[in-house]
Design a protein around this ligand. Structure first.
Ligand code: G3P
Length: 193
C-alpha cells in the first residue's frame, strides 16, 4: 500500500510544471509558443531570462530529489526508487497539461542525486562537460542519460541500473524531435531559438 502511495505522491510532485508556472508568473509568455515549445529550463532560457531558467532547473530537479528523499525517509529504498521514477513520469506526462509534459532531464538529474549522489553528480558532470564542448542542451542530456546506467554499474549500484535504464529510454523517446534536428544539424545551441 505504501509503495503505491509513494508512487502516486512522486507522480503528483513531478507533474508540477515549474517552467510554465515561472514563465507565467514572470510574464515571459506561454512556453508552448516559444522556441521548442517544451516546458523545461532550456526553453525557459529562450525567453531571455537566465534567472527564470535557473529557478526552473532548481525546482524541476528539486521535485525529483524531494520525492526520493521523502519516500526513502518514510518507506525505504524501494519506495524511493518508485517515487523518483514516478516524479520523472509526472514531469513528462503531467495530468494537468493533458499528459503533454517535458523531457524530464532536470527531474532525472535531481532524482539521481537523491538516489545516490555520486551517480547524480557524475551524470551532471557529463551533462556539463558535453554542454561546454557542444553548447547543445539536448545532446548533453542524451549523453548524460546514456551514461547513467553505465555509471550505476561502475559505481557498484546495480540496484539502480533498472531505474536508470527506464529513465534513459524515456529520455531518448522524449527527445525524438531533438535527435532528428541533431542528425540534420539544425538543433539550436543553448540560449538560441
Ligand atoms: O532539457 C531539455 C533539453 O534536453 C532539450 O530542450 O527545449 O531544446 O527541446 P529543448
Amino acid at each position: 500500500m505504501s509503495l503505491i502511495l509513494w508512487t502516486v505522491l512522486g507522480y503528483l510532485l513531478g507533474s508540477i510544471p515549474f517552467g510554465m508556472v515561472i514563465a507565467r508568473l514572470l510574464g515571459l509568455g506561454d512556453l508552448r509558443q516559444i522556441g521548442s515549445g517544451n516546458i523545461g529550463a532550456t526553453n525557459v532560457l529562450r525567453t531571455g531570462s537566465k534567472r527564470a531558467a535557473l529557478a526552473t532547473v532548481l525546482l524541476d530537479s528539486g521535485k525529483g530529489a524531494l520525492a526520493v528523499l521523502l519516500a526513502r525517509y518514510f518507506a525505504g529504498d524501494v519506495a524511493a526508487m518508485l517515487a523518483g521514477g514516478a516524479a520523472f513520469l509526472g514531469h513528462c506526462f503531467p495530468v494537468w497539461l493533458g499528459f503533454r509534459g517535458g523531457k524530464g532531464v532536470a527531474t532525472f538529474l535531481g532524482t539521481l542525486i537523491a538516489l545516490h549522489w555520486p551517480l547524480g553528480l557524475g551524470a551532471c558532470a557529463i551533462w556539463l562537460l558535453t554542454a561546454i564542448i557542444s553548447r547543445i542542451s539536448s545532446l548533453s542530456a542524451l549523453i548524460a542519460a546514456a551514461f547513467a546506467p553505465v555509471l550505476a554499474w561502475a559505481m557498484g549500484r546495480s540496484d539502480l541500473i533498472l531505474i536508470c535504464l527506464f529513465i534513459t529510454a524515456l529520455i531518448f523517446i522524449r527527445h525524438k524531435t531533438n535527435i532528428t534536428r541533431l542528425l540534420d544539424g539544425s538543433e539550436p545551441r543553448i540560449g538560441r531559438k
